[in-house]
Design a protein around this ligand. Structure first.
Ligand code: HGY
Ligand code: MN
Ligand code: MN
Length: 367
């Protein structure tokens, strides 16, 4: 916020913790440029942050070169995009997709409630419901983001023009068996929750082969065994499951097949299983109008590019509900992301910023 203010932007934080900086005509709907500032644990420095800093760089060039604006530009640094509490709090708040029920009940895998985490930051969760933007106050939403995958590097293209954004669902699952002595409990009489989890992990390939596509993903990213002591058979296995595809029908098929597999495995290992759906984010198509501008600008700048889907979820997938929305990618070195060695080359960052800036200027005339 201090940096936004020093750059002459009209700055505020909304009730969902989004940091917003506006520059240009006061009485017109804004072109939003945004992404998120939060990160996964042990993440990299480009995921999300790139899109916020690139937006600020566009405004600074416009200021330095005194480029006239028809529509103001609003840079938005969204909160809680990475889904610690399930959804995408900041983007959902801005686009009116939050519910009081979700705000009151959302919690992270450790059991910390969203409302408590917000209170710890001096935020009253009710205020998140007032962060909603009316569609007529916005002209477009643009997001520059790292690809977070290997496609652009492999095809030696600099820019990815995003056609659509994958849907994502996130479950908290528990297998409940019986804690037991690791020495006296006979192997054939155990209700070992970890063995149920291990069986489910080995089912994932079959579930995708039978119900998914080449864009389907099922990931177990966090596991906690209880009581978690070497001499005790784990009576409980708590784990997350994140499922993705570009088609919501396929997401539903994957979810149904996972439920069936979990139920069959629970019976086989004399376990109970329960799961809570933390979020279900639909796959979304980007605006053809915005894609055309990104593509035309990239061609004019002479950069290599391709049209492509996004396997990762992004703030942009909520903005498609209220305004013409588009994304561009730059290559990730080695396709690595959500890890400390996430990296993008600075000349690609510069080219991504040039496409964003020139598209923004073109949209000033065409929106
Ligand atoms: O995990 C994702 O799809 C995004 O990085 N939140
Ligand atoms: Mn991201
Ligand atoms: Mn991310």
């Amino acid at each position: 916020m201090d940096y936004f203010k020093r750059c002459g932007l009209q700055t505020h934080m909304d009730g969902a913790g989004n940091v917003c900086g506006r520059y240009g005509p006061a009485d017109k709907p804004a072109i939003l440029i945004g992404s998120h500032l939060d990160s996964v644990p042990a993440g990299g420095m480009f995921d999300g942050t790139l899109g916020v800093v690139a937006g600020l760089e566009c405004v600074r060039i416009i200021q330095e070169q005194d480029i006239p604006l028809t529509y103001p530009i609003e840079i938005i640094a969204t909160s809680e995009e990475e889904g610690r509490f399930g959804g995408m709090l900041g983007a959902q708040a801005l686009t009116g997709s939050l519910t009081l029920d979700w705000l009151e009940n959302a919690k992270d895998p450790s059991g910390m409630s969203l409302k408590q985490a917000m209170a710890d930051q001096g935020l009253d969760y009710h205020q998140a419901l007032h962060a909603k933007r009316s569609p007529d106050s916005v002209k477009a939403f643009l997001e520059l983001h790292i690809e977070q995958g290997p496609v652009l590097e492999a095809s030696k293209n600099t820019i990815g023009v995003v056609e659509g954004i994958s849907g994502v669902f996130k479950w908290l699952i528990k297998f409940l068996g019986k804690a037991d002595h690791a020495g006296t409990a006979p192997m054939d009489l155990r209700s070992d929750a970890f063995m149920g989890l291990a069986d489910f992990a080995h089912e994932i390939k079959r579930i995708i082969d039978e119900n998914g596509t080449d864009k389907s993903r099922l990931t177990i990213g966090r596991v906690e065994l209880k009581p978690g002591y070497a001499h005790t058979v784990p009576g409980e296995a708590d784990f997350t499951l994140v499922g993705r595809d570009m088609s919501e029908d396929v997401m539903r098929d994957l979810a149904d097949s996972c439920r069936k597999a979990l139920s069959a495995i629970a019976r086989r290992h004399r376990l109970m299983f329960e799961y809570e759906q933390m979020s279900w984010l639909e796959p979304k198509a980007c605006s053809q109008q915005i894609m055309d501008v990104f593509e035309g600008t990239t061609q004019d700048l002479g950069y290599s590019y391709q049209l492509m889907p996004s396997g990762a979820g992004h703030d942009a997938q909520f903005f498609t509900d209220i305004t013409p929305t588009g994304m561009i990618f730059i290559p990730s070195v080695g396709g690595v992301s959500h890890a400390p060695d996430e990296w993008s080359h600075w000349e690609d960052v510069e080219k991504g910023c040039n496409v964003l800036l020139n598209s923004l200027i073109r949209l000033q005339k065409t929106l």
